[in-house]
Design a protein around this ligand. Structure first.
Ligand SMILES: NC(=O)c1ccc[n+]([C@@H]2O[C@H](COP(=O)([O-])OP(=O)(O)OC[C@H]3O[C@@H](n4cnc5c(N)ncnc54)[C@H](O)[C@@H]3O)[C@@H](O)[C@H]2O)c1
Length: 329
């Protein structure tokens, strides 16, 4: 099976490509990435010379280019997106381009070429839930420009499934952590700042709750959705591991043997959702999927990976800003 993976130079896409190439036979992978924010060729250096892996630089919004690439493949897994909420607050435009126009470009082409598309979406489409948990049928209520663009892509995909019978599947995941995540996100940022004995900014009072999942577990579920998913359906992927940001940071400091005095409370970002929560029983039941990592193991593996990659650990510029949403581009 030849797969077109978009955004494969980023965090989750690169972990997905490595998993498929290392753990399964029979996949050929074409990685299309525009080398934008969050991309890093080092993420895939260990597979770059394999015969069944190819990288082509390109933008998913480029229709002619994508027609040619999709023509060569059996299915598309769309990881490519602008993914950092803070950046969507300082400038939403690139999010509309990649996350809506880009997803639509792929959707329209796969519908005409009769290929399968897996869209990688997020729990953030459901917005903040003070109580309860979102199922696949819950109402969208996105708060950030990022979440709104991911919800918009989902709505377009759903409309194509109903109108044209397009072969589309949506997976929605909670907050990922693990090796190869860009330094501006909470967990790698905390690891790198703590290692360098720098202050660790915490938005507000640190009470925002996220359901943290180890990236490998997410990638397993996406792989199962590709193989076993039913066209037109969506699948929630969550970890039942809801933890507030301050507790996450304290856990990392404890594992790294660093003082809690490094914690510094800073101004909260606007519209900061208090809590995301999703029920993933449909995914577990339909795919026989279960988590392989608990939070403590996953965090230890993640910290170890950053410790083994000094070129990333010592390049702290991307982790330094305390309130990136304030930047005006
Ligand atoms: N990180 C999370 O916790 C999380 C949770 C749920 C869902 N998701 C979704 O998973 C996907 C991957 O997230 P990530 O954290 O790996 O992001 P990332 O920022 O690490 O990687 C995104 C990659 O997409 C590429 N890209 C962006 N726009 C592109 C375009 N127009 N054309 C081609 N390439 C483009 C970038 O160059 C980058 O390599 C996204 O769709 C995101 O919405 C992420």
């Amino acid at each position: 099976m030849k797969l077109l993976v978009t955004g494969g130079l980023g965090f989750i896409g690169s972990n997905f490509i490595l998993k498929l190439l290392k753990e399964y036979d029979g996949y050929e992978i074409l990685n299309v990435d525009a080398e934008l924010y969050g991309s890093d060729h080092r993420n895939l250096s260990e597979v770059k010379n394999l015969k069944n892996y190819e990288f082509i630089k390109g933008n998913i919004t480029n229709k002619k280019f994508m027609e040619d690439q999709i023509q060569k493949c059996d299915a598309v897994i769309n990881f490519a997106a602008e993914s950092f909420v803070d950046r969507s607050i300082s400038d939403a435009n690139p999010f509309l381009v990649s996350n809506i126009r880009g997803a639509f470009t792929i959707l329209d082409i796969i519908s005409k070429q009769n290929k399968r598309m897996i869209q990688i979406s997020t729990d953030e489409v459901f917005g903040s839930l003070s109580t309860g948990t979102a199922t696949e049928n819950s109402k969208f209520n996105p708060s950030s420009p990022y979440a709104a663009t991911k919800a918009a892509a989902e709505l377009l995909i759903n409309s194509y499934s109903i109108t044209y019978g397009s072969d589309v599947i949506i997976t929605r995941c909670t907050n990922n952590y693990g090796p190869r995540q860009f330094l501006e996100k909470l967990i790698p940022k905390t690891i790198v700042l703590a290692y360098n004995n720098k202050k660790i900014p915490v938005y507000g009072n640190g009470s925002n709750i996220r359901d943290w999942i180890f990236v490998n577990d997410h990638c397993d579920a996406v792989h199962l959705a590709l193989e076993k998913g039913k066209s037109g359906e969506s699948y929630n992927i969550s970890a039942n591991n809801e933890i507030d940001n301050l507790t996450v940071i304290k856990k990392i400091l404890e594992l790294m043997n660093k003082s809690e005095e490094l914690i510094e409370f800073v101004e909260d970002r606007p519209g900061h959702d208090l809590r995301y929560s999703m029920d993933s029983s449909k995914t577990m039941k339909n795919f026989d999927w279960k988590l392989k990592s608990n939070f403590e193991d996953g965090l230890e593996k993640t910290i170890r990976w950053y410790m083994q990659n000094p070129q990333i650990l010592n390049n702290i510029t991307n982790a330094l800003e305390s309130t990136p949403w304030k930047n005006s581009n």
